[in-house]
Design a protein around this ligand. Structure first.
Ligand code: CAA
Length: 241
């Protein structure tokens, strides 16, 4: 059954793979992005998917954006909170700005984007929300106190909201990707990736964005209605929980 799906940070990396998979499954998809106009234009041209520009760190922009998507595509029934950023630094060198930026996008972003959509899902007695957290929210990561805190927060958000949505037919789940071949991981010093990260992945390679998209596709399916408040860890065996 085709439904209206909104994917934040959906024009690149994991978000783009999720958007394409949702479209291929017959859903009507809208994606947001915040900064990279060139990548967004390319994605729109290649995929034919509706692209909107706003920052998930801005509550008013999320509320207005959700309203616009619903006017153009219909009520949002699937929400994938995927938008996320890194500002890595060891804690003693981490600035207040690096902390704030990451928390505002990766954690406040879930509140900002979900809150305006939630009442409609409750009224219609159906919703599928998937939050893209991270292995580093589960295990912590050197150089990512801000990111790990935000991604661990996403898991708390998921479990609490799942309890509130359950009797309204709304499921809220999380996916924790490990290290995936995306711009975010490519931004890490290749020496660190090769020498410190890949050797810790039992399957011996980075994951692909499509492997994460398949997890999301499963969680938003009609058949996944009994799964809520759960976390799928897709990390090549790097951290087992
Ligand atoms: N554990 C323990 N010590 C570590 C360490 C680790 N994992 N990583 C680095 N160190 C140590 C180094 O050995 C070094 O020690 P010495 O000075 O005694 O030699 C010290 O910390 C400083 O390390 P760097 O030289 O790397 O310091 P830097 O300031 O140049 O860089 C950093 C710091 C930016 C945090 C860098 O270490 C880094 O990029 N680390 C990788 C962080 C990471 O994994 N980010 C994930 C991005 S992808 C993502 O986030 C997606 C997702 O969800 C998985």
């Amino acid at each position: 059954m085709g439904r209206v799906a909104l994917v934040t940070g959906g024009t690149r990396g994991i978000g783009a793979a999720i958007s394409l998979a949702l479209k291929a499954a017959g859903h009507r998809v809208a994606v947001t992005y915040a900064g990279n106009d060139e990548a967004a234009a390319r994605f729109r041209a290649e995929s034919g998917i509706a692209v909107y520009k706003w920052s998930v760190a801005d509550y008013e922009a999320c509320a207005a954006g959700a309203k616009r998507v619903e006017a153009e595509l219909g009520p949002i029934e699937i929400l994938v909170n995927n938008a996320g950023i890194t500002r890595d630094a060891p804690f003693h060198r981490m600035t207040r700005e690096q902390w704030d930026e990451v928390i505002r996008t990766n954690l406040d972003g879930l509140f900002n984007m979900t809150h305006p959509i939630w009442p409609g899902m409750r009224e219609r007695k159906f919703g599928r929300i998937v939050n893209i957290s991270s292995i580093n929210g589960q295990k912590g990561q050197f150089g990512q106190v801000n990111y790990s805190a935000s991604k661990a927060g996403d898991l708390g958000f998921t479990k609490a909201l799942a309890q509130e949505g359950a009797k309204f037919g709304i499921t809220v789940n999380a996916v924790c990707p490990g290290y995936i071949e995306t711009d975010m991981v490519r931004a890490v010093d290749p020496k660190i990736v090769a020498e410190k990260i890949v050797p810790q992945i039992p399957v011996g390679r980075l994951g692909t964005a499509e492997e994460i998209a398949r997890c999301v596709l499963f969680l938003v399916s009609e058949e996944a209605g009994f799964i809520t408040g759960s976390t799928i860890s897709a990390n090549g065996g790097m951290y087992m929980i």
